[in-house]
Write a protein that binds this ligand. Structure first.
Ligand code: SAM
Length: 908
């Protein structure tokens, strides 16, 4: 067993590979080994799975393993070296199995990795299909096939085929499979008893056949079983691609005509997918000649892969303007008008009462429209303030001030981050859908800013005509504000085309996976795709983003709005109060300059900025590490400090209470708890329960105990204080792949291994290390506790002796029978004795006992010796005496020549 094996602990269980635990966990979940009598393990080297199979299967079972490389013999297992793609392998399996059929076929094969991820994934899929082929040949009806699959685009095809051949198919990721790995295990149970199996099911040419690209890039939804069924059963039929791009076609140069771009449903997808917009056809030429097609637009059309934000925005606007000009965008209102124009409706003249009613209704509608607009503006301003807050642009956290800022009313930022935030980077934008959505939105007042700009894109000029110039301007601004988001999506499209990026993305997503409880075979494949997407949408970021979006926009109900605002204002109020309290106490500690002094203004602004920073520093100083520290006032020996001292505890207490309250509120409203990142990874899984009431206290105790004792913690503290990172950055970093892993049933060595090696590397700074070293040096300079105690005891004993001697001396002194001289002599004796005792208390030299006579070779203490002793042999005694004599004879001359002389113990 190698050193590594020992360390990883796989040797403890006697398994050759840690992958063995995957099978252990799979078997625990699906229990396919315990009843099996015949098992084939495809790609079995070094034999971990074979060992597990032989351990769990009944005695006298037949277990056959095959791999490209030879496998060291394993009891109860037959192994041979062969490529599973070869006919030889099949023949040998047949030879070993004779007329038996396998109850279980296992496959954990991995092709040689090292090439591009996409190729690896495809090779893996092909290998899996080959394993399935062998499984189909050797499995008994009702048997089980367990295989490893990579999560790639071929995954769904494979699962679909599995579903055709097995009654029950489930994909799962055992906890021992690292989340960073794209591997997943599919357990196919109850092999169907089929008389004939269509060879196309097992032919990679058909199963992984690519789909033809269609003109519409919009139609790139995930593969569905119907699609694949057609693919396998009617390969001659041209079908749509299930992804936007062909495999390996990332580098292909793709063009689209200007007319197609104009009529496309998703402009962003087009810009992100194609390389160039051409003007070849007659219709394109018309567009080329249009005055809207400026030189800049033409230049941008030449290369869509290198669009800057401005170019991108210009191309989107160009398309929109052309569509409007050509009447391709028609609002509901316009359609309605057209419909009305075609219908000749006899309108009876209104009587006066009806006219008033109508006027009233019109006025009502107008006022409600206005109210909605105002609310929208308010929401935008609030979103902006919150966004700034999240980005730490507004350290004061003075949201109230932000909202009160008149400049914000009706002045959404040119590039509203709120829109980008709420829309999310991966949300696809369907421009045509949005056209209808707008009016619905207005009626239902579901006015998120993201959908606003989407809707606005397709509003027609005529529609705009009805509105005032001001509104139109606002709409354009909103379109602008959405541009960032659109641009981001465009970049996403570009990046998606890059295979490397996709590989990385897949790994990132896989890292985000929590335990995947499997995909039910009954489920529609598309459905499962959606499910998995939902699974990706976990984690603090997405939750907070969703929450943020909901808080900001979703509230239609006026009461809800009010409640939300109230809640935010309350929190804000608490924070402002706290910061004011701190500033007040600081002001007391540092009395401000007299009003006449010119420095006054500067001081005031400094105080203001302190006030702004105080909220952030409050969060920092809430750390229990600072609880034991003296308040700043205590360090200043002034009269004011005394006054402050008396008031500070109250203030601190109240502020800490407020802190707690606001924290509780935060926790309540979000359902998410903020944990310092350095400790997040240490919190066991079970503790990730939001309802656990003790969690807070536990964590606080942990923080208090560990405090700033590690270089990582001190680095983070420095970075926070120096504003190199924000609190939310740290929280985000605190979420890692290990947070949500289920660690039940994993062996301890595995957990220890993970703990040691699978943790986020937090960078440490030189300053942090220096600070810790200085702290350590200060600690080292102090005597250790035991020595201090011993010294104290010695001192105490000396004092006691002195006291005793004094008492006796006093007694002698008071003795009238003694002369003064006798008294003095006796007292001197007592004092000398007490001093001698003290000197005698020093370590006595050990008594030397010669090992001869009865003492020769004895064990333990020689008879008649008390205290410390040392056994010496007679030879040594003689030698030492001789040495002594020589020394005496030669005097110092000799002893100076010998630097290191043998020491003669006392008593010789
Ligand atoms: C991850 S290891 C299997 C580990 C094994 N399950 C265990 O527990 O020890 C993957 C194995 O697949 C084998 N392999 C890859 N391609 C193969 C092929 N075409 N035929 C046979 N074995 C193959 C490799 O040689 C490698 O030993």
């Amino acid at each position: 067993m190698g050193k590594h094996d020992k360390k990883s602990g796989k040797g403890e269980q006697g398994y050759r590979a840690r992958s063995a635990f995957k099978l252990v966990q799979l078997n625990k979940k699906y229990n396919f080994l315990d009843q099996a009598h015949c098992c084939i393990d495809l790609c079995a080297a070094p034999g971990g799975w074979l060992q597990v199979a032989s351990k769990h299967m009944p005695p006298n079972s037949l277990i056959v393993g095959v791999d490209l490389v030879p496998i060291k013999p394993i009891p109860r297992c037959i192994t041979f070296a062969e490529d599973i793609n070869s006919f030889k392998c099949r023949d040998q399996l047949r030879e070993h199995l004779k007329d038996w059929r396998a109850d279980v076929v296992l496959h954990d094969g991995a092709p040689n990795v090292g090439t591009a991820w996409v190729q690896d994934a495809y090779a893996q899929s092909e290998l899996t299909l080959q394993a399935l082929k062998l499984a189909v040949e050797f499995l008994a009806p009702g048997g089980t096939f367990v295989t490893k699959v990579f999560r790639s685009k071929d995954y769904n095809n494979l699962v679909w085929v599995f579903n055709q051949l097995f009654h029950h198919v489930e994909a799962t990721k055992p906890p021992s499979s690292r989340n960073v790995s794209a591997e997943i295990f599919v357990v196919c149970q109850r092999f169907r008893n089929m008389k004939r199996i269509d060879p196309k099911f097992l032919d990679p040419k058909y199963v992984f056949k690519e789909l033809d690209p269609t003109s519409s890039v919009q139609e790139k939804a995930g593969v569905n079983s119907q699609n694949l069924l057609e693919n396998v059963l009617h390969p001659e039929k041209a079908r749509r691609k299930r992804e936007g791009y062909e495999d390996g076609n990332y580098t292909l140069y793709k063009t689209i005509s200007a007319d197609q771009y104009l009529h496309s449903e998703d402009a962003i997808a087009v810009l992100g997918t194609y390389n160039r917009i051409t003007f070849a056809s007659e219709a394109d030429q018309m567009l080329l000649k249009d005055q809207l097609t400026t030189e800049d637009i033409k230049a941008s059309c030449e290369d869509l892969r290198v669009l800057g934000r401005g170019d991108f925005s210009a191309l989107v606007k160009w398309r929109k303007a052309l569509r409007e000009k050509l009447g391709l965008d028609r609002s509901k209102k316009q359609k309605q008008q057209e419909a009305e124009a075609t219908q000749t409706i006899e309108v009876e003249p209104l009587n006066e009462e009806e006219a008033i009613d109508e006027e009233l209704a019109r006025l009502n509608e107008e006022s409600s429209k206005r109210a909605r607009k105002e609310r929208r503006k308010r929401n935008e301003a609030r979103a902006k303030a919150l966004q700034k807050l999240q980005l730490n642009m507004n350290p004061a956290m003075d949201m109230g001030e932000e909202w009160a800022d008149d400049a914000l009313h009706g002045q959404p930022e040119t590039f509203s981050l709120s829109a980008a935030e709420s829309n999310g980077p991966h949300r696809s934008v369907n421009l045509l859908d949005a056209q209808d959505t707008l009016s619905d939105q207005e009626s239902s007042d579901q006015d998120t800013s993201a959908s606003q700009w989407r809707g606005d894109q397709n509003e027609t000029i005529d529609d705009h005509d009805d509105d005032s110039a001001d509104e139109r301007e606002q709409r354009i601004r909103r379109l602008e504000s959405g541009m960032d988001d659109m641009y981001e999506q465009y970049q996403n499209h570009l990046q998606e085309r890059d295979a490397k990026f996709r590989a990385k993305e897949a790994r990132r997503k896989s890292a985000k996976y929590e335990e995947w409880d499997g995909i039910r075979s009954e489920d529609n494949n598309q459905q499962s795709d959606e499910d998995s997407d939902v699974a990706y949408e976990k984690g603090y970021d997405s939750v907070s983003r969703r929450k943020f979006a909901e808080e900001t926009y979703d509230s239609d109900d006026a009461e809800d709005d009010h409640d939300e605002r109230q809640h935010l204002e309350d929190t804000q109020h608490a924070r402002t109060k706290k910061s004011t309290a701190r500033t007040r106490s600081e002001a007391r500690a540092f009395p401000s300059a007299p009003a006449s002094k010119p420095l006054l203004t500067a001081l005031e602004s400094a105080a203001e900025s302190n006030d702004r920073q105080s909220a952030q520093s409050a969060v920092w100083y809430d750390n229990p590490v600072f609880q034991d520290m003296l308040p700043l006032e205590d360090l200043i020996p002034t009269q004011q400090a005394q006054t402050t001292q008396s008031s500070t505890p109250e203030l601190d207490q109240s502020s800490s209470e407020e802190d707690d309250n606001s924290m509780e509120e935060e926790q309540d409203s979000d359902g998410i708890e903020i944990v310092p990142s350095s400790f997040a990874a240490d919190v066991p899984d079970g503790e990730w329960d939001a309802q656990d009431q003790d969690m807070d206290a536990e964590k606080r105790a942990k923080i208090a105990k560990q405090g700033l004792n590690t270089a990582e913690a001190v680095s983070m503290a420095h970075a926070l204080v120096n504003r190199q990172v924000t609190k939310s950055d740290l929280i985000d970093q605190g979420f890692s792949k290990t947070n949500f892993q289920d660690k039940t049933d994993l062996p301890q060595w595995f957990l220890d291994d993970e703990d040691q090696h699978y943790r986020t590397n937090i960078p440490i700074s030189k300053e942090a290390v220096d600070a810790l070293r200085a702290k350590q040096r200060a600690l080292d300079a102090r005597p250790i506790k035991k020595i201090a105690e011993a010294k104290a005891r010695k001192k105490h004993r000396a004092a006691m002796r002195l006291e005793k001697a004094q008492k006796r001396a006093e007694a002698i002194n008071e003795n009238a029978d003694l002369t003064e001289r006798e008294k003095a002599e006796n007292i001197n004796k007592i004092m000398a004795k007490s001093m001698a005792k003290k000197a005698g208390a020093e370590k006595k030299a050990p008594q030397l006992v010669v090992a001869r006579g009865t003492n020769r070779g004895i064990k333990g203490r020689p008879k008649g010796t008390k205290g410390r002793y040392r056994m010496v042999d007679p030879r040594m005694k003689k030698e030492l005496r001789a040495q002594k004599r020589r020394d005496q004879r030669d005097g110092k001359k000799r002893s100076s020549g010998h630097k290191k002389q043998r020491q003669i113990p006392k008593g010789y």
